[in-house]
Design a binder for this molecule. Sequence first.
Ligand code: NAD
Length: 708
Amino acid sequence: MSTLPLVHRDGPDAQGIAVLTLNSPPLNTLALPLRVALADALDEVERDPQVRAVILTGAGRGFCGGGEIREFGTPAMGHQPTPPQLCLRLENLDKPVVAALHGVALGGGLELAMACHARVAVADTQVGLPESQLGLLPGAGGTQRLPRLIAPDVALQWILQGRAHPAGTVRDTGLFDAVVEHPDALLPEARAVALRLAEKPAPTRTSARTAHLPNAPAFFAAARAAVKPPGQLSPLRCIDAVEAACTHPFAEGLAVEEKAFIELVHSEASAGLRHAFFAERAAAHIEPLPEGVRPRPIERAAVIGGGTMGCGIAICLLSAGLPVMLREQDDAALQRALGTVRSHFDGAVAKGRMKPEQALACQNALTGTLDDTALADADVLIEAVFEDMAVKEDVFRRLDAVARPGALLASNTSTLDLDRIAAFTRRPQDVVGLHFFSPAQVMPLLEVVKGRATSPEVLAAAMTLAKRIRKTGVVSGVCDGFIGNRMLEPYLRQAGFLLDEGALPQQVDRAMEAWGMAMGPFRMSDLAGHDVGAFIRRRRQAEHPELTFSRTAERVFESGRLGQKNGQGWYDHLPGEKRPRPSAEVQALIEDESARLGLTRRAISDEEIVSRLLLALVNEGAQVLDEGIAFQASDIDVVYLAGYGFPRWRGGPMFQADRMGLPGVLQAMRRWSHGPAYQDPGRFWRPAPLLERLAAQGRTLASLRTED
Ligand code: NAD
């Protein structure tokens, strides 16, 4: 911990320049104590007659990472000085202030810098206004000052996209007075700018500038029309505020911004997006790791099995700069796999996603082998062979014989027991699951499966690897389907029951997609393939005869409809058409199945569809949590956001349950438990004991980790 105060003051020097340094590690976020300290420091330099100009900079990793997100929507956010008040105080100081930026100047950090009278940045400083990614808008004057400093249309683009830009790449926008290449040049350059400003009679205030955009009405109308999905509140409010900057005096524009910020910060969507933001960080931060545990270093990888998954995994590893040794069982399969991986990189060059020299480096880092001893150098060996325990046993025994001591032995199995796989080796502590999703090079989710014996170092190394290959890693315990697919089963079973009772696949999908899911359950099943679905369903039914299923999925499969792969599944998929068409054949089959069950088909509302499918996820998720398969409720949310197309702005299934209130969840589940007897609805909707416990105690799912 630094012993310096929150805002550290140096000087004034002989030329009357004082330096104020924000000092609230790690990123100088603008929580209340820092705001108070900065306001005090500004009072001091204003009072000090020796000070002619001020440089404002940040200690540690950057200038300022922005507002304190945990304060958003809480009373602390309103405590004075609020971030917009602080920016006004800074701007209205009677001495010029130069912002000296390095590392990050994001969100509130950039807003602070824009309220200064000049800005100097190191070329690699990340600057931007990411608030829209949290369903908000920049609320400390950013929507008013950015369009006054750079072209208003570009300002709107920055605000809507929420991306960070290296200062060097946007040096010509007008945002900076100077951009320096080396951090050592930052303060000298800021000093030179400060001296120049000190010579002038009064500092130039950003608020005194005008934001001019020719043809503003047409521009903003087009921007509103382009908002997708239509009606999204945060982009619309961003547009309103930037328009106000172009058409109204500064103070009025600020009022528009403030009103919009308050509206957004209390919106459902922002709450969900902020939850998602923290949930992802919490998932990456694995606990409980014993003190001093360091992840094992990973520099070389091996992939065993070069089929669909093995090739995708190899692509991920190579793209992250790890050399990969690919092991196949015969030369034909090996050449096919090497060809697939190499041509992926050729394709990336052709699509302009990669520079030719980068692609070549990835291709050169790939080697193939048919010989186990070639795997001896690898720090991580990832198995992606057939989903068959006997094959896995053979592979893991052989890996155990050749892998160097301390190497990670990872399995990509989706359904087999990782603890049994680990037991085939003499080093179960080194065995971990790395459950990629297909296509592995595209899907962001990686379930990192912790076996009974998996050591903390190995788990930490696997999570570090996930980060390195740009995956969202979430730790899961061992169970059938791990977190994500295990919860998918009741979701799909419930979707099937809806068909029997009166819904059609297109209605269920439409309802779920309108609610925000990237894909409804039936389009998703068509994508995954009905053969895969039938294989899993039949195994599950054999192992758990008490599980009830709608027979529709089985009948669709038996009729030869395999999904997208043969153009027929729940839908008809016609070549060249993006949207699949509802199938009359499937409708007839569904209606026949209802008749066979003796059910009178009824109209089912979209609300019922969403409620039943969401609660099916929630109930199983609570069980997963209670069994310790997921470490915290938010990890389950991350799995669904990253791997299953759950709408980010809804935060995830467990977040939804907490928003609804657990007593409300239980009440809705009771309502659905009176369904047709063949579904055994009493068993299906038996609440997970955890839900009942928490509801009785007046607690939330999110409270579990912090209080237990
Ligand atoms: P696949 O059939 O496409 O590929 C398996 C490959 O392994 C084949 O190329 C085969 O030649 C090779 N192989 C078999 N035995 C081998 C051995 N002894 N040594 C070296 N290579 C061997 O299968 P896939 O879809 O890539 O699945 C692989 C694994 O990934 C399975 O465990 C599966 O459950 C899991 N998984 C699959 C998906 C998916 O959507 N396909 C998703 C997640 C996990």
